[in-house]
Design a protein around this ligand. Structure first.
Ligand code: ADP
Ligand code: MG
Length: 468
């Protein structure tokens, strides 16, 4: 029995290691660090430092069919996709930009994995189901071989979410424009990526754009690009806009309600003609982009207030999908909570568990920040708890939003007792202060950013982080 167990363990190990060795010796995976100009600062191929250091990503452009690193700089967001090499191999590449305090890209981390080897590795794992490798290794492999998203699957236990997924899968196969409507944190981006992944464009880029985070004066050039010498201060070589970058793929326009009216007209024109014109250019260019838009605002009301163009609304609202709030689908709460906990336990090598108290509290809260808030709360519980038992303290939860003017809510200030590592306390203070300033400005983000002394896009990111 003992022997048998040992044997099993041994053979189990050798499968993983042999395959892993191949991946490494064939130098198929790499990690590198680029600056925002595409200069390669550091590059590991397999286990060796490669000779690419000092080159510029652009110099490699004849080796690869496109550059996720450049796209990550242009879009200021993480880009994942399949890149073909000139030797006919395919790599799954992720480029993640790191931002500085002004919201500018300072560095890009690029990881590349050989797709074929990964697929083969996965096959071995699947064939070997009952004496398979550790769960954690499997999760890692699933993560690495998932081109477009996420170490965590989409959780959909409630009938409402099952229906959302079903509709999404069906419309994915069409090229129709989808409008995702739902409160912040309900999973609009998750669904947008799911639609892309299940579409015929899955192997092409998925480009997420947060309309709220692009400064108004840069919007046109970000969306449509510009040619050499289009305006002073413009990049010498000109620059492709987001529509060109997303060509053949999917463009995800998040927070669409934040587009100023003049951009709404320009967007409408592009959607009607299927053509874009770079700033300063005389020629137009055909682009083939599938559009997914998302909003947490009531666009119909905005139309009545003349803040949103109704013709653009009808163009975008071809297939509306509403993401239900978390409080309206309690069946999803525990599955989401457990999967988040599993992810964190794995990430930090912990073995924490929810107490009865925590579970009951999950159901008593209204989750104004939806799934994002739930994830944040669980992360707070995990990083601040001392033992393995997780309790949910009231101070971790968002107060349900008071509708209308909140200036009368000045309750006597209680002294806050902070607990846990400095980092989480600082985050709590940051969150509280941002909330206070936002309230003071009646929710006007540009004004609040000014008071806080940070860029509007930085504030949006922080608001997203704290589900504000
Ligand atoms: N059904 C789901 N299953 C797993 N994770 C989810 C689900 N919905 C949302 N999340 C997670 O919650 C967070 C917020 O989701 P996101 O798609 O960014 O929301 P939104 O775009 O509506 O604000 C993300 O971390 C996302 O991974
Ligand atoms: Mg979002």
């Amino acid at each position: 029995m003992q022997e048998g167990e040992n044997m099993k363990r041994k053979s189990r190990k050798s499968i993983g290691q042999k395959e892993l060795e191949r991946i490494v010796t064939e130098h198929s995976n790499s990690i590198s660090l680029h600056d925002k100009y595409g200069n390669i600062l550091l590059n590991f191929l397999g286990v060796k430092v490669s000779n690419l250091v000092g080159l510029n990503a652009k110099e490699l452009s004849n080796e690869y069919d496109w550059s996720p690193s450049q796209k990550a700089v242009q879009t200021r967001s993480s880009v994942t996709g399949i890149v073909g090499t000139k030797y006919g191999r395919q790599q799954i590449v992720n480029a993640t930009p790191l931002m500085d305090e002004n919201g500018e890209v300072s560095l890009v981390i690029v990881t590349a994995l050989d797709k074929e080897l990964l697929d083969r590795y996965k096959e071995v794992l699947n064939k070997d189901k009952d004496n398979s490798l550790d769960e954690s290794l499997k999760v890692t492999i699933d993560y690495l071989s998932e081109p477009n998203y996420s170490n965590k699957g989409i959780i959909a236990e409630s009938p409402q979410m099952v229906k959302v997924l079903k509709t999404s899968k069906t419309v994915a196969k069409t090229d129709s424009t989808v409008m995702l409507i739902g409160e912040s944190g309900t999973g609009k981006e998750v669904i947008a990526r799911y639609i892309h992944r299940n579409s015929l464009r899955a192997q092409k880029p998925f480009i997420p754009v947060n309309c709220a985070a692009i400064p108004e004066e840069l919007m046109e050039s970000e969306f449509f690009g510009y040619v050499k010498g289009a305006f002073t201060g413009a990049n010498m070589q000109g620059k492709a806009g987001l529509f060109e970058i997303a060509d053949q793929g999917t463009l995800f326009l998040d927070e669409i309600a934040e587009l100023p009216l003049n951009m709404q007209s320009k967007l409408l024109r592009v959607l009607e003609s299927g053509e874009i014109k770079r700033l300063g250019d005389t020629k137009t260019k055909k682009v083939n982009v599938r559009l997914i838009a998302a909003t947490n605002r009531n666009l119909k009301e905005m139309i009545n207030q003349k803040l949103f163009r109704s013709d653009l609304y009808f163009r975008l609202n071809v297939i509306p999908i509403t993401l239900p709030s978390l409080r309206s689908r309690p069946d999803d709460i525990l599955p989401l909570a457990y999967s988040t906990l599993k992810e964190l336990n794995l990430k930090y090598g912990l073995n924490k568990k929810f107490t009865e108290q925590a579970i009951e509290a999950f159901f008593n809260h209204s989750w104004p920040g939806n799934v994002r808030e739930l994830r944040n709360v669980i992360e707070r519980m995990v990083v601040t708890s001392e033992g393995d038992d997780l309790y949910l303290e009231d101070s971790f939860l968002e107060k349900p939003q008071l509708s209308g003017n909140t200036s009368d809510s000045k309750s006597p200030k209680e002294k806050t007792v902070y607990r846990g590592p400095l980092k989480s306390v600082l985050a709590q203070v940051e969150e509280d202060y941002i909330k206070q300033i936002l309230e003071q400005c009646g929710g006007k983000v540009a004004e609040a950013a000014k008071l806080l002394g940070i860029h509007r896009s930085v504030l949006y990111r922080k608001m997203e982080k704290y589900s504000l």
